[in-house]
Design a protein around this ligand. Structure first.
Ligand SMILES: [Zn+2]
Ligand SMILES: [Zn+2]
Length: 130
């Protein structure tokens, strides 16, 4: 499957022709802040599978996790975990967001209270069991 997408203004783009590592919806507070929304629905890839075009700016939201965003338009496009190299892309940045196939909700302990989940996907208060 080819996943392609980018930021709002188009200066930061990516392509990944790969099977994702996983596809999750994260409700943690760090994601809420970083994307400015109730949750972060993201597709995770092995880092080597993601080709980034343009020059995203990177900011740490925790020692192991960086968020990559477009310095021109401000869109948060990526997450990058330093310990294992995985790269996530926000489903809203995909050229075709319908490619996103969520597998579970994680960190529902900080899910926003008005949000009702009725999609029958597994829900985990923090990380899922390994
Ligand atoms: Zn941009
Ligand atoms: Zn999160």
């Amino acid at each position: 499957m080819l996943y392609a997408g980018g930021c709002l203004c188009g200066k930061v783009r990516y392509r990944a022709e790969a099977v994702p590592v996983n596809e999750r919806i994260c409700h943690c507070r760090l994601c809420q802040k970083a994307v400015g929304a109730a949750f972060n629905a993201r597709v995770l890839f092995a880092g080597a599978d993601v080709v980034i075009e343009g020059r995203p700016a990177w900011s740490h939201s925790s020692p192991d996790l960086q968020r990559g965003f477009c310095a021109s338009c401000g869109t948060t496009v990526f997450t990058r975990r330093l310990s294992n190299g995985v790269v996530g892309v926000g489903s809203g940045t995909l050229d075709d967001p319908s490619l996103f196939r969520p597998q579970m909700h994680i960190f529902t302990s900080s899910k926003q209270p008005w949000l009702k989940l009725d999609d029958r996907l597994p829900q985990y208060e923090e990380w899922p069991p390994a």
